[in-house]
Every structure is written in C-alpha cells, then in structure tokens.
Write a protein that binds this ligand. Structure first.
Ligand SMILES: Nc1ncnc2c1ncn2[C@@H]1O[C@H](COP(=O)(O)OP(=O)(O)O)[C@@H](O)[C@H]1O
Ligand SMILES: [Mg+2]
Length: 255
C-alpha cells in the first residue's frame, strides 16, 4: 500500500484509497494528487480502477479504506453536491446530461448552479459552446445529440461551473480524430486560464500524452507507474500491462 503523505492546501488528493466490491478489489491502496493548474492523465487497462477512483474523488462512492482530501479538508464523507459546491466537477463516461433541456440550457444550468447570474451564465455558455464546437447545436435537445457531441457537452457543462478541480472520464470517446485538437486546447485552457486541476482519463493515448503534465498508470487497482509522457512511454511495466508487451502506442487501439 502506498504510504499517504501530508495533505497539500492547493491540491485534491486520494490518500491510500481502497475499494472492494463483492469479490473484486477495484482499488488497493492508491494515492493520487492533482494540483491547481495541472493536468494529470490517469490511464490503465480496462478494469484497472480508473472510474472507481473518480467516483471516490467526487463522492459518488466511498472508499473502504483511505481518505479523500480537498485542499487540506477531509471530504471523504461529503456528498457529491457538497463537493461540487466546494469547487469540484466531473464528466461522466455515460450520459448524465439533462436530455430534455437544450444544449445551451445544460451549460447555463451548471453556471447558475455555481452562482452565476442568468446573464453571466448565458455569456459563459456561449463562449464554452463555441470552444467545444457546439454553437450550431445550441438550441437542440441534449438527448438528440450524437454520442461524441454529448461528451463535448459534458465537458462544457463541467467547466461552466468554474471548478477548481475537474475530473474527465473519457471525454474523447466517440470523437473523431479531427475533433481531438479542440479538446486538447480546451483541457489546457481549463488548467492554464481557469487555473483548475484536471484529472483526465482517456484511451486515446496520443491525447493523454500531449495534454498531461504528469501521468499516473493504474493496473489491477494499484499504481503501476507515475511520470511524464516520456517516462511512461519507456516504462517496461507499463508496456507489459498493455497487452503483454505490444507497447503503449500499439495497444491503444485495443484497450
Ligand atoms: N459497482 C460495481 N460493482 C461491482 N464491481 C464493480 C463496480 N464498479 C466497478 N467494479 C469492478 O471494479 C473494477 C474496476 O472498474 P472500473 O473502475 O470501472 O475500471 P476502469 O474505469 O479502469 O475500466 C472492475 O473489475 C469492475 O468490474
Ligand atoms: Mg472507466
């Protein structure tokens, strides 16, 4: 088990967290730390525990051991809503949009929910929809959007709340390659301009390598490696975790 170290005031942390489901140790003593203005890429094969870790960080699930610390406060028992009010936002791997509201309204509601005036919310929504390339879809019902566009909307909605920490679970799934650069730019601007700490999960390895300041690799519920993109690419344990040694770039299409 990774030894939990002392909490930091400008970071969101999971300290030695474990989560067991009936018969499955989804996480086993994982420590993760993301600072403000930093993009942390979280990767690992299917079933590694990535989504479970995001659920623990955001309060949608509780650890069986360990704690979640938000800027020095132990928030392990806090509800997702309370954490959201204290600056955390997330995107979901599946759904969770207001399908009966328009694309624009989905983003506005998120902005209003964190205290923006209707007017400010409208401005913020327009800017974000432009940034993710959804301006022309603004008046469509969210549930009528294709899957990839729903992911973009999920990102715009998370960012609209001006979070200090944002967790993105596979935001690029369903995007075509040509749409990835805009997502890279958005993720970087969330960190650099909005000053948020970002945890980014994605199977698109090129995206994760390009956008992340640091990468943490999970495998079977444990941290297998941490480092920058070059260090992770060269890491033998990481390479073998991805399809027994085919290498991370070749494995990317299959995980
Ligand atoms: N609610 C749940 N009930 C039972 N097992 C679960 C549940 N959520 C996740 N798991 C199991 O925990 C492990 C990690 O899952 P997950 O965190 O979704 O991995 P990843 O996101 O890295 O693909 C998997 O073996 C998965 O089947
Ligand atoms: Mg997952």
């Amino acid at each position: 088990m990774t030894a939990p170290s002392s909490p930091r005031a400008d970071a969101l942390e999971a300290l030695g967290v474990s989560r067991a489901f009936a018969g499955v140790q989804a996480l086993d003593g994982v420590t993760l730390r993301v600072g403000r203005r930093e993009v942390l890429g979280l990767i690992g094969p299917n079933g590694a525990g990535k989504t479970t870790l995001v659920n623990l960080l955001t309060g949608f699930d509780r650890p069986t051991e360990g704690s979640i610390v938000l800027e020095g406060d132990d928030v392990t028992r806090w509800s997702p809503v309370r954490r959201a009010r204290h600056g955390m936002a997330r995107t979901f791997q599946h759904g969770h949009l207001f399908g009966g509201l328009s694309v624009r309204e989905n983003v506005e509601v998120a902005a209003i929910g964190c205290g923006a005036s209707p007017r400010a919310a409208r401005r913020r929504a327009a800017a974000l929809l432009d940034q993710v390339g959804l301006s022309r879809q603004a008046e469509r019902l969210a549930r009528l959007l294709p899957h990839g566009e729903q992911r973009k909307l999920g990102v715009a909605r998370a960012v609209a709340a001006e979070p200090r920490y944002v967790l993105m679970d596979e935001p690029a799934a369903g995007l075509v390659e040509a749409e990835v650069p805009a997502l890279v730019a958005l993720v970087r601007s969330v960190a650099e301009e909005h000053g948020a700490g970002v945890v980014l999960i994605d199977h698109n390895m090129a995206l994760v390598m390009e956008v992340s300041d640091r990468i943490q690799v999970l495998d079977q519920g444990r941290t297998l490696a941490e480092g920058n993109a070059d260090e992770i690419r060269k890491n033998v344990d990481v390479t073998s975790a991805y399809l027994g040694g085919t290498g991370i770039d070749e494995a990317e299409a299959h995980v």
